[in-house]
Design a protein around this ligand. Structure first.
Ligand code: GLA
Length: 395
């Protein structure tokens, strides 16, 4: 796929328009470390990747909004108007743009007309690399630029999260929209999800590559399990509050947690809280390791993160564990862990440049042998956040 093919399709689908068409790109994301900490008031360390969603958008002269995805061509054009922006199951993926436009309007940023948008994404579908947040931010940024709304980037990020939470019904944290909205080439972003203070950290791997390993497992039940973990943490927090004046699990050190954990009477909930607390500390330690140029320590923390997600938080599953454990066995691996929500989706590994091919073939065949179908591997590049573009080359 290239931009010319998209442009041709755009002309074919939306032949009537006279206004200028503009091109936008919004990335996917991976999280380097700090998993299931965002909604627990902890730290995350994600980055935007160069896979993402491209969109060609043009203002219309009426109040219609017409959207078309080259990833779901059978669905055809989905159409609604600026005046009726309710969730509609039939509108499938178009609920993301719709929700974004709805919340922008409700917050007072009114669009003066409708628009038409053609999108194509090269983020593997359902892989947990945030294709939904990518579309939310694509539309947010496109509409912001085209209608001169002057919305601050952080407000777009917050609106994207609101779409996910209130329009779609997934109780996710702010990490995905933040990484996608604020990403910067070759940098990770350390974000304190309590205060939204953030810091860019150069993540230039000269001798290593970040490998994305896709389990190709459908993330069935992922959303309901996600919401379940979130409420488990809320229950645990409520019990811990009897002894500590805290508003989130992210405020506790591991020592503080150990001293009061008996207040969480259910053993499962205690493990959930333990993960949230320890993962937050690991994220801070990982940032320090990075500043000290200690990639080996960073890798060890990634491995510990995965074990905690597997044993205490229980969001990995056989597929992710198989891939990560295969990665751990390989000598070229500095560290490996699942990334994102879990329950399928992707893992990441940091691997020595000269061992990458061998790593992929070894981990790939171990996975196939145990799971029965193939995993897919990609070399990740850390890219910019959502933006207007003219020159991006599509994969
Ligand atoms: C999903 C959510 C994020 C975050 C991760 C887990 O990607 O959308 O907000 O909670 O899971 O770290």
């Amino acid at each position: 796929m290239d931009i010319q093919t998209m442009e041709r399709k755009f002309q074919e689908i939306f032949s009537q328009g006279r206004n200028e068409a503009r091109i936008f790109f919004s990335p996917g994301r991976i999280n380097l470390i700090g998993e299931h900490t965002d909604y627990n008031g902890g730290h995350v360390f994600p980055c935007a990747i160069t896979f993402g969603t491209y969109g060609i958008a043009r203002k219309r002269d009426d109040r219609q909004i017409r959207v078309y995805s080259m990833n779901f061509e059978d669905t055809g054009v989905i159409e609604f108007t600026l005046d009726v922006l309710d969730y509609d199951k039939k509108h499938s993926w178009a609920n993301y743009p719709k929700g974004m436009i709805r919340y922008l309007q409700e917050a007072g940023w009114k669009l003066s007309s409708g628009l038409e948008v053609l999108v194509y994404g090269n983020i593997p579908n359902g892989a947990g690399l945030s294709s939904s947040a990518s579309i939310e931010m694509l539309i947010g940024v496109a509409v912001n630029e085209m209608f001169d709304l002057n919305v601050q980037r952080l407000d777009l990020v917050k609106l994207g999260k609101k779409v996910e939470n209130e329009f779609i019904g997934v109780n996710s944290g702010i990490m995905d929209q933040f990484a996608i909205g604020m990403g910067k080439e070759n940098c990770g972003i350390l974000l304190d999800c309590n205060t939204l203070k953030y810091e860019y950290a150069p993540f230039n791997l000269t001798d290593h590559k970040i490998i994305i390993m896709n389990t190709n497992k459908r993330r069935e039940l992922a959303d309901s399990k996600y919401n379940e973990r979130r409420s488990e943490c809320e229950t645990a927090l409520g019990q811990l509050k009897k002894a500590a004046p805290i508003d989130s699990l992210g405020e506790l050190t591991e020592e503080e947690f150990e001293a009061i954990k008996h207040l969480v009477t259910d053993e499962v909930l205690q493990r959930r809280a333990k993960h949230a607390v320890s993962e937050n500390q690991r994220t801070l330690q990982a940032m320090k390791a990075l500043k000290d140029s200690d990639l080996a320590e960073f890798g060890r923390l990634m491995n510990a993160s995965h074990r905690s997600l597997r044993d205490d938080y229980e969001v990995t599953g056989t597929e992710l564990d198989t891939l990560v454990e295969a990665a751990w066995k390989h000598e070229g691996t500095i560290g490996a862990r699942m990334t994102g929500a879990g329950f399928g989706g992707c893992a990441i590994a940091i691997v020595a440049n000269e061992r990458v091919d061998e790593f992929i073939s070894q981990a790939g065949s171990e996975y196939k042998e145990k799971i029965g179908y193939d995993a897919t591997f990609y070399v990740a590049s850390i890219g910019d956040g959502a933006k207007e573009t003219t020159t991006e080359v599509l994969l």
